[in-house]
Structures are given as C-alpha cells and as structure tokens.
Design a protein around this ligand. Sequence first.
Ligand code: ASP
Length: 322
Amino acid sequence: MTKRLLLFATLLGLGAGAAHAAYPERPITLIVPFAAGGPTDVVARIVGDHMSRTLGQQVVVENVTGAGGTTGTTRAAQASPDGYTIMMGHMGTHGAAPAVYPNLKYDPVKDFVPIGLAAGTPILIVARKNFPPKDLKEFITYAKANSEKLNEAHAGVGSVSFTTCSLLNSILDIKPTRVPYQGTGPALNDLVGGQVDYMCDQIVNLTPQIQAGSIKAYAIATEKRSPALPDLPTTKEGGLPEFQVSAWNALFAPKGTPKEVVTKLNGALVKALDDETTRKRLLDLGAEIADRAGRSPEALQKLVTSEIARWNKVLRAQTAAK
Ligand code: ASP
C-alpha cells in the first residue's frame, strides 16, 4: 500500500470509529411494517419511547405497510446498515413469511442482525360484539355450520393474524372469506364496527377493547390464562386444545450493522424492559416480557431459526391438505 493510500485508510478507519463512538447522532427510524394502532405499532411506540430517552435521540416510528408486513421488512433489509434504520418485526415477518412467499426479497436470518425480543404476545380468538356464539364451544359449532358466510379479518398473507387463523380454520375445517388489512389496527376498527365477524390476533391492542366490551373474546391460545384478562379461558379450557399458538415482536437491524451499534441498541431495549412504567404499560396490555437472557441477540437468533422451521412445517402441511 502506498503511503497516501495508507493515510486514507487510516483516516477512514478513524472516521468510522469516531462515528460509532458518538452513535446515535441523529434520530433513528423504526420501521413498523403494519398500520398504526396495531400490536406491532403499539409495542414499537412503547419500547421506542423509553429507548429514545436512553439513546438521547428520538426513535421515530415509520409505518411502511403492505403484503403482510413483507414490504416494510424488505425496506428495512435494504436500508443502510448504520444503525439509523431498524425495524420491529414479528413471528410473521421473521418466521412464517418464507413459507408463504416463495419469492420473498429478504432472508430473515441472513439479511438481518437481531437486536432483541421486545414482547411475547399471546394469540386470542375474538369476534364482533354481536356475533351470535357466546363461548368457544358455540363458536366452533356456529363456524362449522356457517363456514362460507363468515368474514375473517387479517393483516395480509404471512402476517400473524393470517397464519394463526389459517391454523384455526384448518383445525375447524372452515372456509371463511378472508379479508386483508394493512395491519390489525384497522382490522380491529372494522371488528368493533361489526363489518367483519372474527379474527385471531396478538393480545396487545385487543385488551382495551375487550375490557370496554366493544368486541367479544372467546379464548387465549396459550397454556395459561393472561393476568391482563383473567376471565378469558384458554383454548384448552374452552374445548379446542389443538389451537395453541403464540407470537412475538422483536427488533432487527439490517445485516452489516456494526456490532457496537447493535450492542447499544440492545442495551437500550433491555433498559426499557427493566423500566417499571414501560413494563406496566406492556403487561397491562397482556404482553409478556422476556427475562434478561431471553432479550439477547443470540436468543432472538435462535427463536427466528426455530420459528421459520415451525411455520414452514405448519403452513406447508396445510397447503398439502387443501
Ligand atoms: N398483529 C398483526 C399481524 O397480524 C400486525 C399488526 O401488528 O398490525 O401480523
């Protein structure tokens, strides 16, 4: 290397080092691949709020919707890996999507660096408030008898609501009309308005509506009841033990994001999840908060790998059965 080149390289290296040390120097864009008001958006805003304070820079949510969350996720995968664009992904974008989109433009493992798990989100079966069935048993009978007349809302092919209700519909052997939305925020609005009959979704934005009585909840698809909704039976208690499913939301950065930056972002996430007010906001909505070990980038990497394998099996088995 010539002296001049060496000097140039040294300068570059120093420049990059200094930039990382000072990170973040400007606001961070947090891509939410669904509409405002849905679970991914709600978790992103709660966690992002506290992370902004730790990082000393605003974490700005940008809703980039479409194709079951894969449009925003593709945008995040292709963003410059400098720590100024990150995303809130979930079990759909980073778990189920590869099984339903053969031409997916990103690889959830290879094109991202995991930052950490933000929330575990149990899945509920909910319906418009004047939907005739009173409980899960009646829902099963009613849905089977009226299968083709039913309208089910979801957040697009590959989303959590889509994949989990695909599983429910196949267990019940029903074929409702499936109505796609840009996220389950708008889907929930239509459920409250009575334009659609039922949906499966992550607990967080459902809890306030259930408590207010503006929608009906039939069951929670976890092993145990949620402390946020203690009166809501589990699918096991309600007579549908086969429907056991849970989702999650997590932060990811584009591949190539420097390790120090990821460590800083993970540190801010961990701190947010230790903060009493932030915890309470999440727990009151029914979200589950992972322990310290469960919030590491390594734990998230493992989760993503196992979710891809799990949903690949589930969704392919369904396609084969059709
Ligand atoms: N919960 C959604 C899903 O079904 C998306 C959203 O958060 O709006 O994937």
